[in-house]
Design a protein around this ligand. Structure first.
Ligand SMILES: Nc1ncnc2c1ncn2[C@@H]1O[C@H](COP(=O)(O)OP(=O)(O)O)[C@@H](O)[C@H]1O
Ligand SMILES: [Mg+2]
Length: 461
């Protein structure tokens, strides 16, 4: 009997710490240490002391005495804790911010994170439930368990193990980008925008699981200040931002960051788009019976890239996205074959999107529909003119890209420049149906190997 069979035979509803440790190639003792890295400020504590402040006159007075300097000093200590946790600065001697310090503040001024404190909806860890669903899927091959696992990964509160499982997604940029960049550095036809990928510390990522509109200004200031340092942002630059897997391009105002004020606020924009993507994984409550979509932000990374300025003065769709000619190539890295290239802004899907959905009557959709129709011929013509050249250069690039399996690779044309923009597993990519590809289901592994990956980490040894 395999591992999953053993696990599920013994307990049909719960999974033990021993069984989990076995799945993650570690010991229950190491696992116990690992899961204790973060303490929780629970909602009950928040509510209790929040109400207290509302009802008690002495505490209202305390509230009045809090100066913006005090808050700023606390923010700065928390930012340093977060930067130190990712090894971006060395640890200072300053005492860690405590739960008591936080609860002593009126609720509306409270930071909802520190370097090692997080706020959660439910105090229990999520990972035993997730690993139970995962093991059930592996054992029964019933896709229902897989859906439960994947949806849970996106919407449940974080703990250190869940954070590492999320980090296993091969579609996230930190997985494929180094392989693409190494290959691109060996040639000079394709370009790659300057890119900084950062692992988001767990306490910041946990904020994406809370109601975005419940986040306090103190919390948002901390995330902004952390991002300015972690990404070494330059206020005079224009940036393109996304999570490891999602850019919110459909409202391009979220993806393009221009003024110095906006650059200062990149942290909260990233938080917003991440939370927006996670919201898609919740069951649809609109009554329109839309499917729950998981995976759009199964990532623990955020990305800030050089913004590629449009050279062609193109009209825009999606509130400001220049309608470049773009190409989606499908590649099999096991055989080093280029499987085909299709237009990224596919005419049929784009026109359908703008004219046949519930929002077709809105000014935005009408605008984008008109622009798209006006540009359709140009997009096809440019595509036809360049596809030969792109194919040739891709064929020589492919053997240098160290990846396995079938992938999509998106290329954006800007004048005569060809930018390598995005990748995803072919099985998870739209437009794969436009080609006669024999699509292979990728071998999925969502179990971090704690023995081999984390053995040297301070938290576990
Ligand atoms: N660095 C950049 N500068 C300018 N435009 C970009 C940049 N990166 C992407 N884009 C544009 O934004 C679109 C979406 O980007 P992408 O990284 O593929 O995000 P998503 O994962 O949401 O599809 C691209 O198709 C391209 O038109
Ligand atoms: Mg993309």
């Amino acid at each position: 009997m395999d591992l999953f069979g053993i696990i599920l035979e013994k307990s049909s509803h719960i999974i033990s710490k021993e069984q989990i440790a076995q799945m993650l190639n570690t010991t229950p003792e190491a696992l116990a240490k690992f899961e204790k890295v973060y303490n929780i400020v629970s909602d009950e504590e928040n509510r209790a002391s929040g109400n207290f402040f509302k009802l008690n006159s002495r505490d209202v007075a305390k509230h009045m005495k809090i100066s913006s300097d005090d808050i700023a000093a606390l923010e700065s200590r928390i930012v340093n804790e977060l930067l130190a946790s990712s090894g971006l600065i060395s640890c200072k001697d300053e005492p860690l911010v405590t739960k008591e310090e936080i609860l002593n503040l009126p609720e509306e001024f409270r930071p909802q994170l520190t370097g090692n404190l997080i706020k959660k909806d439910i105090t229990q860890d999520s990972y035993p439930k997730l690993l139970f669903d995962y093991a059930k899927w592996r054992e029964t091959e019933d896709i229902h368990w897989y859906h439960m696992f994947r949806q849970g990964l996106d919407i449940l509160d974080l703990d250190p193990v869940t954070y590492e499982i999320i980090g296993m997604n091969p579609n996230s940029m930190g997985y494929w980008f180094p392989a693409l960049k190494n290959a691109a550095d060996l040639q000079d036809f394709f370009k790659i925008p300057e890119t900084k990928i950062v692992k988001v510390p767990l306490p910041i990522l946990q904020l994406t699981k809370l109601d975005y509109f419940s986040l306090t200004p103190t919390t948002l200031n901390i995330v902004d200040a952390w991002a300015r340092k972690a990404f070494e942002l330059d206020e005079n630059k224009t940036y393109f931002i996304k999570t490891g897997t999602y850019s919110s391009k459909f409202d391009f105002r979220n993806a393009k960051v221009t003024s110095s004020k906006e650059v200062q606020e990149i942290g909260q924009y990233l938080l917003f788009i991440h939370a927006q993507a996670i919201a898609m994984a919740h069951y649809d409550l609109s009554g329109r019976n839309q499917p729950c979509i998981y995976g759009v932000s199964t990532t623990n990374e955020w990305v800030v890239r050089e913004y590629i300025e449009d050279k062609e003065n193109l009209p825009c769709i999606y509130h400001g996205m220049p309608l470049h000619t773009e190409y989606r190539a499908f590649i099999d890295f096991d055989t080093n074959e280029l499987l085909g290239i299709v237009p990224y802004w596919d005419a049929e899907s784009m026109k359908k999107r703008f004219s046949q959905e519930d929002d077709a009557d809105t000014a935005d959709m009408k605008h984008d529909y008109i622009i798209y129709c006006k540009e359709e011929e140009r997009l096809q013509k440019t595509f036809d003119e360049n596809i030969g050249k792109i194919s040739d250069h891709l064929k020589s690039l492919i053997p240098d890209i160290d990846l396995k399996g079938q992938w999509s690779l998106d290329i954006m044309q800007n004048g005569e420049d060809f930018w390598l923009i995005d990748m995803a597993l072919a099985a998870n990519s739209a437009l794969v149906n436009k080609l006669p590809i024999k699509l292979e289901a990728p071998a999925e592994n969502w179990l971090p190997d704690f023995q081999n990956t984390y053995i040297n980490r301070k938290s576990i040894t």
